[in-house]
Design a protein around this ligand. Structure first.
Ligand SMILES: Cc1ncc(COP(=O)(O)O)c(C=O)c1O
Ligand SMILES: N[C@@H](CCOP(=O)(O)O)C(=O)O
Length: 515
């Protein structure tokens, strides 16, 4: 850099032995200080000392939790119920055997108005401050208010892309305000990270309190196990996963293996694995990580808050969520409901839960006007992560749908695969479960229930790269009894100029005639 250009930076001291230093008095004394404008009152930001990491920095800056607290209560309990448990207890069921819910001290949270919470949450987005850089922990006061930031195990999950599906909406649905919340573009490739950071953080705390937790276990169709094993590995906690043999994708199977989990491949389906893990966790010091454990849903609910935040706290008309074990649909309801209760928004969106027709117990229940619930034997589906016939959170899902004037839809194998292929053809790369949710949207648009201008969010739950085999089968038209109408197989061409030119000309002509 020339000396003349250095001189334009009066605060930059030159090395005393620099050749220009002795010759140019301006370098040391005669500079004009830069004047701060009267509005520039922010204190200078100091970088933390080099030998301190972000966790230690958070520890040093320790903030009190201002009296916020949460506890377990029976889910949808009678208002007269006094049953409750500390979050530091190891309990998954109420005395009557029902589900539990995490109840926050809403009076304490209400001491701050909606605008306060919006400002606080907005101020934390996209930063690296521990633990608020996480989309989950940026809402810590509403998630696990009492946990010490030191105990948190986080991969800065959340803050996922809310994608404007411009071309898909326009071309296939005549919609201009269609969005896909990409929860699968995440640390382990699914929305499970949002809940698992909370659960594993609490386990970390329990272990420090010398509670009897030797490991953490789950039954899984692939995504819960991936998230559990990654977060446990990050914290040095043993993880144990029960997987239904030959029913999950290779990409999902390799995740817990790579993360050092103890993997049991069981000759049963997910419901069989779930039954077993429940029995095992009742006997052994293994903490249950499935969404039967209501802690998980505290993290998952932040995706709903994030959607509102991304729309600058405007409420979408519809949110469509694929459902399997049915914790997530309730988590979305809970996130939206809390925002309304605490004055951040004045209404909640209508929820749609979308199921594969081959694993549709909630759909059948909805169709019976919520009269009879029966578990089903789930059949094989390309949406393998929701191949669940006896969902543990059925009561939570019914509650969420009834309170949000919700709807349940289903998708056949052909419908979900076609929807996935069409979405991919517009630049997405979605998983089959998102194909199920898109099918629900197509049906509700065709029946006129969802209007073309209504703002709609489809929740994409896993990364498409976990399900490449289903896409390969579809694009090679290798699926029995499926037309695979939108297949785009590669063309085998002789490696000579003439052959390549012939196919390219044909291709360009076909494109030209469509222009
Ligand atoms: C990719 C994916 N989508 C959707 C779901 C359904 O979520 P839930 O079980 O909470 O209904 C699951 C897991 O069940 C999943 O792994
Ligand atoms: N799709 C899930 C099934 C288990 O659901 P959970 O939310 O109760 O853990 C998975 O990926 O295992």
């Amino acid at each position: 850099m020339a000396a003349s250009s250095l001189l334009r930076y009066p605060t930059l001291p030159l090395h005393p032995h620099h050749p220009t230093a002795t010759h140019n008095p301006r370098t040391t004394l005669h500079f004009n200080p830069i004047k701060c404008s009267s509005t520039d009152t922010t204190p200078p930001k100091h970088r933390r000392p080099a030998d301190e990491n972000i966790r230690q920095e958070a520890h040093r800056r320790h903030t009190t939790n201002q009296g916020f607290s949460a506890k377990y209560v029976p889910f949808n309990a009678d208002p007269s119920s006094t049953e409750s448990y500390s979050l530091d207890e190891i309990v998954y069921r109420s005395r009557s055997g029902g589900l539990l819910d995490v109840e926050h001290d809403m009076e304490a949270l209400r001491k701050f108005d909606g605008q306060y919470w919006k400002n606080l949450f907005d101020s934390r987005v996209g930063k690296t401050n521990w633990p608020y850089g996480s989309g989950v922990w940026s809402k810590k006061e509403w998630v696990l208010p009492e946990i010490d930031s030191d105990d948190i195990v986080s991969a800065f999950e959340g803050n996922s892309n809310l994608f404007w599906a411009e071309r898909y909406g326009k071309q296939f649905l005549g919609m201009n305000d269609l969005w896909v919340k990409h929860c699968g573009i995440s640390h382990t490739g699914s929305f499970k990270d949002l809940g698992m950071t909370v659960l594993v953080s609490q386990v970390n705390r329990l272990r420090k309190m010398n509670r009897p937790v030797v490991g953490v276990g789950c039954a899984s169709t692939g995504d819960t196990s991936a998230a559990l094993s990654a977060y446990c590995a990050a914290a040095g906690i043993p993880s144990i996963v029960f997987l239904p043999a030959n029913r999950i994708s290779i990409a999902q199977l390799v995740q817990p293996i790579a993360n050092g989990a103890f993997v049991l491949s069981l000759d049963t389906d997910f419901d069989g694995c779930m039954q077993l893990i429940r029995e095992v966790t009742a006997e052994l010091p293994i903490y249950l990580a499935n969404s039967l454990n209501s802690l998980r849903l505290e993290g998952q609910k932040t995706a709903a808050i994030e959607i509102l935040q991304q729309f600058d706290w405007q409420v979408p008309d519809w949110v469509i969520v694929p459902g399997g074990n049915l914790g997530n649909i309730y988590a979305f309801y809970k996130g939206f409901h809390m925002c309304k209760e605490l004055g951040l928004v004045d209404r909640i969106p209508r929820l749609v839960c979308a199921q594969a027709a081959n694993a549709n117990p909630l759909y059948l229940h909805f169709k019976s006007d919520w009269k009879d619930f029966s578990a089903v034997k789930a059949k094989t589906t390309f949406a393998s992560a929701i191949q669940i016939g006896d969902p543990v959170s059925i009561d939570r899902a019914v509650y969420a749908l009834q309170k949000s004037n919700g709807i349940v839809e289903e998708a056949t194998e052909e419908e979900l695969m076609d929807a996935m292929a069409q979405a991919d053809s517009t630049g997405m790369f979605i998983c089959p479960h998102t194909g199920v949710a898109l099918t629900a949207l197509i049906k509700l648009r065709n029946s006129g229930v969802i209007k073309p201008t209504e703002r709609t969010v489809v929740v994409s739950t896993a990364h498409g790269l976990k399900f490449t085999q289903s896409k390969i089968d579809y694009h090679s038209k290798a699926i029995p009894d499926m037309a695979c109408r939108y297949a785009n197989p590669p063309v085998n061409v002789k490696a000579d100029f003439g052959s390549v030119m012939d196919v390219l000309k044909k291709y360009l002509l076909s494109k030209d005639s469509k222009a």
